[in-house]
Design a protein around this ligand. Structure first.
Ligand SMILES: Cc1ncc(COP(=O)(O)O)c(C=O)c1O
Length: 371
């Protein structure tokens, strides 16, 4: 796996610890996208039709294998928000139904619920400190709850929820679980069947290390047969181009509705294919590096917001004036993000302990000045 570091030329320019924001695309995935665009420039529709064969069967299979789903359960979506909306507005929820999320979420899992509130749906947000969030969510999953919409790994605290536990609580009351996995897919090994989530969604540009415009939506077989939006590709007979003939597509294309970003999704599928045999190793390495970051931060007397036993690839270290600290680090060519109450360090498998150490030395030096 370590040889894959060669696929990230960015390491020559930066200490890059910002995968929770945007990942650099590894060269092999970039070439996959480029090859497609080049072939289209040379052969136009002939090449497009070739790749689209069987409704992108080849791409769907790679993504499905990566998350242990069936190819018929995986759709390509332009971003997390689009996929989440397809699910949230595809459940026909109404007055009296309860949907549950929490106040620490990235807005993409929560704002679509506000649209449901306009129809009389009761939107409940759990407010709890990071280490208590999971327990509090489980407590709140009671009668009347129809959907729980949360992220697997939190963008601003790094807390990883036990998806299986939440899914079990949901099942007991007949609620469905929508899991935003943009901060876990590509870092942690995801097995949708094992996790028990009903819906899983992620853009590809974070830990999947793929271009913006790539993304995937898993919808458990049998759910949301009739999506909330229709486009020309929504029809089972779309290749007839007949505006008067329509029957809803039963396969995963029903969520794609129009042309997808083929180049970006080809790159994402190539990452999925490359990482599939390495998933355990990648997860172990990601957690090893984030564990190292926590240990070193604590050695420097920094307060760590991320609970160590619930970490994935994100570690948030508390500092005053996070923006200023991040800017000072950037001046030293160390890339991190200011998030919440601190600096977010997000290490992918190809990073090194040395890079983590450099970032934490810099934070410990700079934080005094930024007070
Ligand atoms: C948890 C989470 N969900 C979603 C997104 C982004 O959503 P989208 O893919 O719709 O741009 C982010 C980006 O930071 C995120 O952290």
């Amino acid at each position: 796996m370590y040889h894959l570091r060669d696929e990230f030329p960015i390491v020559r320019e930066y200490v890059y610890l910002n995968h929770a924001a945007i990942s650099p695309t590894p060269t092999f995935a970039l070439f996959e996208a480029f090859r497609y665009l080049y072939e289209v420039s040379q052969h136009g529709s002939l090449h497009v039709n070739k790749v689209e064969e069987g409704d992108f069967a080849n791409l769907r299979k790679k993504m499905a294998t990566f998350i242990n789903a069936e190819p018929g359960e995986v759709s390509f979506v332009p971003n997390t928000s689009f996929g989440a909306n397809m699910v949230i507005h595809g459940l026909n929820l109404g007055k009296g139904d309860v949907v549950l999320s929490d106040s620490l979420e990235f807005p993409s899992t929560v704002y679509p619920l506000y649209k449901l509130a306009q129809r009389g749906v009761n939107v409940k947000l759990v407010r709890a400190p990071p280490e208590e969030l999971e327990d509090r969510l489980v407590e709140e999953i009671g009668e009347g709850v129809k959907l729980v919409s949360v992220s697997h790994v939190s963008f601003n605290t790094g807390v990883t929820l036990n998806a299986k536990r939440i899914a079990e609580a949901c099942r007991k009351v007949g609620a469905l679980l929508l899991l935003d996995v943009i901060q876990s897919a590509g870092a942690l090994k995801l097995d949708v069947k094992e996790m028990g989530a009903d819906f899983v969604v992620a853009g590809g540009y974070k830990w999947m290390m793929s271009p913006q415009g790539s993304g995937f939506l898993y919808v458990r077989k049998g759910l949301v047969p009739d999506p909330p939006l229709y486009g020309w590709k929504s029809s089972s007979t779309y290749m007839e181009f007949n505006a008067e003939k329509f029957s809803i597509e039963e396969g995963p294309r029903r969520f794609e509705i129009g042309t997808i970003d083929v180049a970006a999704n080809l790159a994402m599928a190539s990452v999925a294919e490359r990482l599939t045999p390495l998933r355990d190793e990648v997860e172990r390495r990601v957690r090893e590096l984030s564990g190292h970051a926590i240990d070193v931060a604590e050695d420097y007397g920094l307060e760590v917001i991320t609970p160590k036993d619930r970490r994935a690839g994100i570690v948030v270290v508390k500092v005053d004036q996070p923006r200023k600290v991040a800017e000072e680090l950037l001046a030293r060519r160390i890339v991190v993000s200011p998030r919440g109450e601190g600096i977010r360090i997000s290490t992918h498998f190809y990073n090194t302990e040395d890079e983590v150490d450099k970032a934490l030395v810099a934070i410990s030096q700079v934080r005094g000045r930024a007070r």
